[in-house]
Design a protein around this ligand. Structure first.
Ligand SMILES: [Fe+2]
Length: 313
């Protein structure tokens, strides 16, 4: 057993019921690694007593794409939706547009927030007054989020009344899509293959009929045969395939959207860009990935700036 035993996991820790492990003894403690992201993560996983729970089991499938495309898509890719999912919208799966008119005094371009909290981790949020996510749920369940708002505000603070949690990726390969109640793990299976593990979740104390509706909604849209999931998966496979071409390999990817607009915010933690669409989060992700590939130790990283109000390098 001593000679052929399992490799010990150097560190195991949990946050909001999510369990993280690493073989690397030098990795910063989990709470430092998540840093200011926890402020946002709580809005997904800790709104109600008992947090969240998975509904049913886990869907697993293999995509012929690089694993970073899943992480990239869930970290801040809001601009693909109106093009990639137009057929799903026409078929009625996407529902009516979820964006309402901006509140008085707010510019139309200043409604979506792309937030880098260090270590490549990133979150997106929008003003609650302009996002009607509950409209995506079946009739009869549209008021659930409002009904829970008092409890969430008491647990987390008054900010939950103002901000709606959006997509999120914890570097490298754990992602959240709260509007569809799904959590993803993107497992690399080589440079051009990814195994997706997809979970559906809901507040643990939510009523059973609400959980059933959430699970149905997830399966119809973001299950392995979901009307929206297949659109995204097709994009990722084609991106990977097309990038291998003789001409494509000579090109440089452009991730400049929103560059130069980064700022700190009076009320929101993290280093962010306020924009209709932005690649701020993708830049933080790939910059950190590139540093992780090249660095000899954690102390070499410049992308680790948790709880800092200093402009990152
Ligand atoms: Fe999508």
């Amino acid at each position: 057993m001593e000679q052929w035993g399992l490799v010990p996991v150097a560190q195991v820790d949990s946050y909001a019921g999510l369990i993280f492990g690493t073989f690397d003894a030098e990795t910063p403690p989990l709470h430092d690694y998540l840093g200011e992201l926890t402020w946002y993560l709580d809005m997904i996983a800790d709104r109600r007593e008992g947090g969240i729970e998975f509904l049913g089991g886990v869907h697993k499938w293999v995509q012929t794409c690089n694993w970073k495309l899943g992480a990239d898509n869930f970290i801040g890719d809001g601009y693909h939706v109106s093009v990639s999912h137009i057929s799903a919208r026409k078929a009625g799966f996407q529902g009516p547009p979820t964006q309402l008119a901006p509140p008085p005094g707010v510019q139309a371009s200043a409604q979506h927030y792309y937030i880098n909290t260090g270590y490549g981790n990133a979150f997106t949020t929008s003003m609650q007054s302009i996002v009607d996510g509950e409209r995506l749920l079946p009739p009869g369940f549209k008021g659930y989020a409002d009904e829970c708002l008092d409890e969430a505000a008491e647990r987390l603070g008054p900010h939950v009344r103002q901000w709606t949690p959006g997509i999120c990726t914890i570097f490298p390969n754990l992602s959240f899509l709260p509007i569809r109640h799904t959590i993803r793990v993107w497992h690399p299976r080589g440079p051009d293959k990814m195994e997706v593990w997809s979970y559906c979740y809901a507040d643990k104390v939510a009523p059973d009929d609400f959980k059933r509706a959430v699970l149905d909604n997830y399966q119809r849209t973001f299950g392995p045969g979901g009307a929206l999931e297949v659109d995204d998966g097709e994009n990722w496979d084609q991106c990977t395939s097309a990038s291998k071409g003789y001409v494509a390999r000579k090109q440089v990817m452009n991730y400049a959207m929103g560059i130069g607009h980064e700022q700190f915010h009076e009320h929101l933690p993290g280093w962010l860009d306020v924009n209709t669409a932005s690649e701020h989060n993708q830049r933080g992700f790939y910059e950190h990935w590139a540093e992780m590939i090249a660095a000899d130790s954690w102390s070499d990283l410049t992308t680790s700036f948790p709880r800092s109000r200093t402009r990152p390098g």
